[in-house]
Design a protein. Structure first.
Length: 318
């Protein structure tokens, strides 16, 4: 539990720190920027697989596994970034952050329901605390209607998919290969978006530096940490650490001198930490049990085969 929690916390901290550099790409076409980001990450991850991956030929993915990879890349990665960016153009970005911040609660309820089990009250309470902390850190923002609200909900769905869809791939493939496959699948999807929109410009030196940080650190490193955490502690607990994203973003901007924490950030930090304690601290050592072979009898669709000890059900950005 400690190792998985540490990986999830570090992954979300890196994701939050990337918010400080996203402003550099605000005027860059979204699909073009994402193509560069995921392309760089795919190259780095491919090199890491060759250097540190298990010996022997790469495992051949089944059609079901390829479908998971495509859904992970298309909705959980590219879809999230496009929806969140577009939603911010139609409504208050703080409102988008609050909607996406409910992901821990949604995952805590949805995961056991997909496995035909009852949600863990402990995880639900933890999700509520984390969502409240995110709302306090972001501020509630102006309520959205129409396109802004719809896009914020799409971004929330993409965040949930990112947590749920990847987990069953990690056990047979490993976090490193899952990260590499997902980033490779994301690149042609982004390029299709570039062709469809016709929006592409060469990045400026500042934009290129931002892409390098996002691709190498906030994607390649953070994704490997995140997918490893999913396998170790399950999505119900791992997604609780997404509450660290806005707090890490505020801390990074404070260090860079581009922002300063306020009372809401302090209240949010307390609520998020309380949610993490409720959701992850066990009275007895956490153990993974109930492994189900991929495609085996009784496997719940789109749900991880890692069963957290405090839950009766099994079960990742930006």
């Amino acid at each position: 539990m400690i190792r998985g929690s540490a990986f999830a916390a570090l992954s979300m901290t890196l994701a939050g720190s990337s918010v400080a550099v996203l402003g550099t790409l605000r005027d860059h076409p979204v699909f073009a920027g994402q193509a560069l980001r995921f392309g760089l990450a795919a190259v780095l991850l491919h090199l890491l697989v060759r250097r540190f991956g298990p010996p022997g030929p790469a495992p051949r993915l089944t059609p079901a596994q390829w479908l998971r990879v495509l859904v992970l890349a298309g909705l959980g990665m590219v879809g999230f970034n496009v929806a969140a960016t577009a939603a911010g153009h139609h409504t208050d970005p703080a409102f988008v952050g609050v909607v996406v911040g409910t992901a821990p609660l949604v995952v805590g309820v949805l995961t056991p329901l997909l496995a035909r089990a009852r949600p863990s009250g402990r995880v639900v309470v933890a999700g509520l605390l984390v969502a409240a902390g995110v709302a306090a850190a972001h501020g509630l923002g102006a309520p959205a209607g129409g396109a802004g609200l719809a896009l914020a909900v799409v971004a929330l769905a993409a965040e949930v998919v990112f947590a749920l869809v990847a987990a069953p791939l990690v056990a047979p493939l490993g976090a490193l290969r899952v990260s590499a496959y997902a980033c490779m699948a994301a690149v042609p999807l982004c390029l299709a978006g570039v062709v469809a929109t016709g929006a592409y410009v060469l990045p400026t030196p500042g934009e290129l530096a931002a892409v390098v940080w996002l691709g190498a650190v906030a994607t390649a490193v953070a994704y490997v940490l995140w997918f490893t955490a999913l396998d170790l502690i399950g999505a119900e607990r791992a997604v609780l650490f997404s509450g660290l994203v806005p707090l890490s973003a505020v801390a990074t901007t404070a260090v860079l001198g581009t922002g300063a924490p306020g009372a809401g950030h302090l209240v949010g930090a307390v609520a998020v930490v309380a949610g993490l304690v409720v959701g992850t601290v066990e009275r007895r050592p956490a153990r993974l049990r109930g492994r189900v072979a991929p495609g085996g009898e009784g496997e719940a669709p789109w749900v991880s085969d890692s069963v957290p000890p405090s839950s009766t059900a099994p079960i990742s950005t930006p």
